[in-house]
Write a new protein. Structure first.
Length: 378
């Protein structure tokens, strides 16, 4: 008599997602190389030290890596207990820009000086919105029946987005924050068609309002439509960026050989760094970088699908939305596919606060991946 063999399902922990970790480390290294290449000339003129921007970025990256390690080892569910403290702290940090510790640069007051380090509250708000929306939706998602319910929870995204826009005049960050919350709601809620339609309508109305009453932002739309005509009124940066992309050809001029970074592309190490990538490494290098970001997004999707709970899954969705929206906006701006909004390229552009909190987000995602369940037949 033969015994019936039964397969048993064995549940194990997934462990570190090395694919995600390797891509993040590569993006960091590549970002530092491109930052040094794109900023050497301007740093030499401004500070007398060609590696000034690189040194600052290395310091922020080192702190970010430390934060990533801490959050990877920490159980991400611990953060759920601190949701409201994190959320209120983020809102308070935005208010701090109006106090004496607020820093004004390039005509905008968007940073706070903590003596040891300066921070941009908008970056704190992004991670706070991700954690807050994930906590709220994981508990209340079954209560959300339609557009009215979705809007009720969306308020927790709109409040910080509005504060960032009106108090720091940071339109691009406000868009990213609003988009993060919208994507998380769309993914979490089943009855989301009305909400999607409402977003499209509101976006169209916002564009009309900007054209009619937007001031310099309305000018940006006109520059986008015809940069040559407005070359002296905002179109210069766009045109020089397009020249850089075009002159790079298929394989580029070679690392460090960019001409446009020599004062032609303003702030080449910031929003426009993708144009220098294309000029030095060509269309091949630009596409390769975008494919790396696409792979990063795919790993987020895999981790979100395999998370051990809804909270962890939504946190990863929020981080995915943050990275995806920011990459899309940056590339769209530098290729003149959309009006200039001043969005940095994650892990590549210069920005201490940005890389610090991006790496913290990566640590939280890795924490979710470590504690996700993998089912094996055995």
């Amino acid at each position: 008599m033969e015994r019936e063999q039964r397969t048993r399902k064995k549940v194990t922990r997934a462990g570190i997602d090395y694919s995600l970790l390797v891509v993040v480390v590569f993006l960091l290294g590549f970002g530092l190389v491109m930052l040094y290449s794109s900023s050497y000339y301007s740093a030499s003129l401004k500070f007398g030290d060609g590696s000034w921007y690189l040194k600052k970025q290395i310091m922020s990256t080192s702190l970010g890596i430390l934060g990533m390690i801490v959050f990877t080892l920490l159980d991400y569910r611990f953060l759920k207990q601190w949701t409201w403290i994190i959320y209120c702290g983020a809102l308070f940090s935005v208010l701090l820009v109006l106090t004496p510790i607020g820093i004004e640069a390039n005509g905008a007051r968007r940073w706070i000086d903590l003596k040891v380090v300066s921070l941009q509250p908008a970056e704190i708000v992004k991670i706070a919105v991700i954690l807050t929306m994930a906590a709220l939706l994981s508990v209340n998602v079954k209560k959300i029946k339609g557009v009215v319910d979705i809007l009720k929870w969306y308020v927790f995204t709109l409040i910080p987005a509005g504060m960032v826009f009106f108090l720091t005049d940071n339109f691009s960050s406000a868009i990213i924050i609003a988009a993060i919350g919208a994507v998380m709601l769309i993914v979490a809620c089943k009855n989301n068609k009305g909400f999607i339609a409402l977003i499209i309508i509101l976006f169209a109305l916002a564009v009309i309002a900007l054209l009619a009453f937007g001031g310099f932002r309305a000018t940006r739309i006109l520059v986008w439509l015809n940069p040559e005509q407005y070359s002296n009124k905002g179109g210069f940066q766009v045109l020089q960026g397009l020249y850089a992309i075009g002159s790079g050809g298929l394989f580029g001029k070679g690392l460090g050989q960019s001409v446009q970074k020599l004062g032609f592309v303003p702030e080449a190490q910031n929003d426009m760094i993708f144009t220098i990538v294309c000029e030095e490494l060509g269309l091949f290098g630009g596409i390769a970088l975008l494919l790396l970001f696409a792979f990063l997004i795919w790993r987020f999707m895999v981790i979100a699908n395999n998370a051990s709970d809804l909270y962890g899954s939504l946190v990863v969705v929020g981080v995915m939305a943050h990275i995806a929206v920011q990459v899309i906006l940056n590339v769209a701006v530098v290729t003149n596919t959309m009006p200039n909004t001043g969005v940095t390229l994650p892990f590549i552009s210069y920005g201490g606060t940005s890389v610090l909190f991006l790496l913290s987000e990566m640590g939280i995602v890795l924490s979710v991946a470590r504690r996700s369940k993998r089912v094996q037949e055995g």
